[in-house]
Design a protein around this ligand. Structure first.
Ligand code: 8DG
Ligand code: MG
Length: 312
C-alpha cells in the first residue's frame, strides 16, 4: 500500500490577525469547502519549500515559513493524507486568487463557522483551543492543599480542566467542585466534570464522559455552550464520541502510567492511526509530559492530557 499524500498548508495572517481561507473550486475533490491555502509536496521537496511554491502559485505572495501548527493524518474515502500546517511567519505581495478560488480573511473566532474538510477540524482546534488538558488527581491530603495546587496550575497557564476524583465522598466532592469552578472562572479557564452530568448542569460547566458512558447517548448530553469531552481507547469509542457531537476526545494510553498500569499502550503510531478516521480534536494521554506537546502535534493531537505533569 502506498503512503499518505503529503500536503502542506499555511496559516496566513493580516495585520489585524485575521486568517486567510481559500475555497476549493468546482471539479476537484472536496469542492466548495474552505481550506488553508497550500497543496501537495513534490518528491524530494521540503515542506517549507513546498509551502512557499504553493502560496506563490495560488496567491502570488512570497512567504517565510514559520513554526509548525499541527500535522494531521486523515483518511478520506479515496485517499489518505497527512496535512502539515505551518504558521506563515511573514509574507510580501498582494494576495489574489490566481486559480479562480474565492478568498476570505476570517477573524480567528469565526473559523469554526466555515465548512471545511475533516482534516481541518483539528487544525482549527489547534489554533483556538488549549494544548494542555489538566485532569485533577484525587484529593488525598487536605481540601486546602488540593485547591492550592489547582490555583498553581491555573497561574501556570492551564485553561482547560477536568475535575476528577475517583472515590471521593460525594459531599466532600461537591464542596471541592464549587471552589474549583470558582477558581477556574477567575482565571478564565474552562471546566469539565468527570462523569456527572447532573452536577455539570447544576454548576453550569462542561462534562467529560468516561468511555463506558459513551454507549448511553445518541446526542451530546449538554448544549453547545457547555463543553463535552470524552475518554476513548478504541476506534469505536472515537466514532461514538464524534457521532454524539463531543467537542473533543482524549485517547490513550500512549505510554504506561502509574495510575493506569493495566492499559495496553498505543504508542504514537497507534495514536496517529486511530486519529485518521475521525474529525475530532484529540488529546493524547498516558505518561505525557510537557515535552510531548510538540510530538503530540506532529501526530495530529490537540496536545496532551495529564495529571502529574500539569498539576501544581
Ligand atoms: N491546501 C489544503 N489542502 C487540504 C486542506 N485540508 C484538506 O483536507 N486538504 C486536502 C485536499 C486535497 O485532497 C489535498 C490538497 O491537494 P490540492 O488539490 O490542494 O493540491 P495542489 O494544491 O497541489 O493542487 P493540484 O494541482 O494537485 O490540484 O489536501 C487544507 O486545509 N488545505
Ligand atoms: Mg492547493
Amino acid at each position: 500500500m502506498s503512503g499518505p499524500v503529503e500536503v502542506v498548508a499555511g496559516v496566513i495572517r493580516d495585520k489585524t490577525g485575521r486568517i486567510l481561507l481559500a475555497r476549493r473550486t468546482e471539479g476537484r475533490d472536496l469542492a466548495g469547502l474552505w481550506e488553508f491555502p497550500g497543496g501537495k509536496r513534490e518528491p524530494g521537496e521540503s515542506p517549507e519549500a513546498a509551502l512557499a511554491r504553493e502560496l506563490h502559485e495560488e496567491l502570488g505572495i512570497d512567504i517565510t515559513c514559520g513554526a509548525p501548527v499541527i500535522a494531521v493524518p486523515q483518511r478520506y474515502p479515496h485517499k489518505r493524507l497527512r496535512l502539515d500546517v505551518r504558521h506563515v511567519a511573514s509574507w510580501r505581495g498582494t494576495v489574489k486568487g490566481h486559480e479562480g478560488q474565492a478568498l476570505v480573511w476570517a477573524p480567528p473566532h469565526t473559523l469554526s463557522a466555515y465548512a471545511m474538510p475533516s482534516a481541518d477540524i483539528p487544525v482549527v482546534a489547534a489554533l483556538l483551543q488549549p494544548d494542555r488538558y489538566l485532569v485533577t488527581p484525587a484529593p488525598n491530603g487536605s481540601d486546602a492543599a488540593w485547591l492550592e495546587s489547582l490555583e498553581a496550575s491555573l497561574t501556570a497557564g492551564i485553561r482547560r480542566v477536568q475535575l476528577r476524583a475517583p472515590h471521593c465522598p460525594p459531599a466532600r466532592w461537591a464542596g471541592l467542585v464549587e471552589a474549583a469552578v470558582d477558581a477556574c472562572r477567575r482565571h478564565g479557564a474552562e471546566v469539565l466534570i468527570n462523569g456527572d452530568i447532573a452536577l455539570a448542569q447544576a454548576m453550569d460547566v462542561g462534562v467529560h464522559l468516561r468511555s463506558a458512558q459513551l454507549a448511553e447517548f445518541d446526542t451530546r448530553p449538554l448544549p453547545k455552550e457547555q463543553r463535552v469531552g470524552a475518554s476513548c481507547h478504541t476506534l469505536d469509542d472515537l466514532r461514538r464520541a464524534e457521532a454524539i457531537g463531543c467537542d473533543f476526545a482524549v485517547l490513550g494510553p500512549i505510554a504506561e502510567t502509574a495510575t493506569h498500569p493495566e492499559g495496553q499502550p498505543l504508542g504514537w503510531e497507534g495514536f496517529a492511526a486511530l486519529r485518521e478516521d475521525v474529525a475530532l480534536p484529540i488529546y493524547a494521554i498516558g505518561g505525557m509530559g510537557i515535552a510531548d506537546i510538540a510530538i503530540a502535534r506532529a501526530h495530529g493531537a490537540q496536545g496532551i492530557a495529564a495529571i502529574r505533569a500539569l498539576w501544581g
